[in-house]
Design a protein around this ligand. Sequence first.
Ligand code: COA
Length: 434
Amino acid sequence: MTLVIYAAYAYTAYAAQASRPWVHTTARVWPRRLIWGSVGCTIAAGAYNIRRIMRPVSIVGIGQVPIQKKYDLSLRELGAAVTHQALTHAGTDRVDALFVGNMLSDELQGQKHLAALVADEAGLYGVEALQVRAATATGAAALRVAYLAVASGQANLAAAVGVEKMNEGAGPTAALAKALDAHYEVNTGATLISKNAELMRLYRRQFNVPEDGFVNFAVNAHDNARHNANALFRKRVTAHTVKNSRVIQEPLRLMDCSPICDGAAAVLLAPRSEAHTYTSQPVHILASSVATDRFRMADRSNPLLLEAARLSAQKAFHQANITQGDINLFEVHDAFSIMACLLLEAVGFAPEGAGWRLAAEGQIGPQGRFPIATMGGLKARGHPIGATALYQTCEIVLQLTGTAGKNQVPHAQVGLMQSVGGAATTVITHIFGV
Ligand code: COA
């Protein structure tokens, strides 16, 4: 390929020179042209090669354990269990690479180097095994790296595994806060809860949202979690319960927050061209993208516009060659109800200041126009950080293969997933399709 481009360039340069015989600088011009021509050709060939070697990727196996408040099983046991489930689901017992998402194990369990530990426990001796992190978007980061490994041809079968045990050690709140700026934010007492409370206060004031404006986010999530065997909270909650739940940090109430919990989930990826070797119902990854915002909310001109979410979604829509109108369901990062609301706006499902109305008007249920948190979401299925996006991915696979049971979104063909790192500093978007 390089040779073809270079020959074309050389011929054009030669022809141009030949048509201008009055320029007698050929001897000086050609060496320069040779150098720039080579550089140009190398870049062009590189870009061509990257496009050529990036191949479509599919999900061919899934594994998840029920989320619990606290597991007695160790991180390695949980990680190995869901890895085996995903492999078994695909009818294989090998992978080339394993990417493990976990945010807190070195803080809470005193364990680093988790990917190699999970690989060892799973009996996958010798494979590539790397831990991947992006604060509270860690699970999606593991999925993205596994996707890139298969897309680039570095691996043929790659597992993305998420595992987290939050209810151990010194407690999760301070450890989670480390997703923020240690010097300028954490030192002044900020946590993810305080940042989301700040966003909710600002939003309610700016858009005049009534006190019960957000309650349906929790009502919908808990409703959907009832039929998800892997969800932490499987009981319906009423709007009254949500509205009167205890205040965690004004105006955030208990029912606006995702819980502290333990869990693990995994997906197995293969090239799309080989997906049918492993499953009759592969789900394809149509896009994977990441964007970042100014690190601190205080540095953003309008903290209510989640720029990383908007950019990451735009990139993903472009990659998948679709618009938000093509999305049938959205596994949203509803770690806090305000975050679900702002993400609905950032990806374009509602204009600024109107995201809460989708919930208030009952449009976010499985039968609604904008189904979100279809199996309980972070709010009610649970949010064991490093595992969360892998649970979301498994749920989207169930939806797109028509096996989501009572929570099935009718005719679901395309699913969107977003994962938020820190105070919406890093946002990772994936789009899946069948
Ligand atoms: N939603 C509904 N119920 C919840 C809940 C939640 N988010 N969190 C806890 N509960 C329930 C418990 O099940 C328990 O019920 P029970 O008495 O019937 O067993 C009760 O509330 C007390 O639980 P406890 O664990 O003592 O609550 P807590 O006050 O210690 O924790 C929060 C509540 C909201 C502070 C905690 O869940 C939290 O920190 N959430 C945010 C986590 C976070 O920041 N994640 C990262 C986001 S990106």
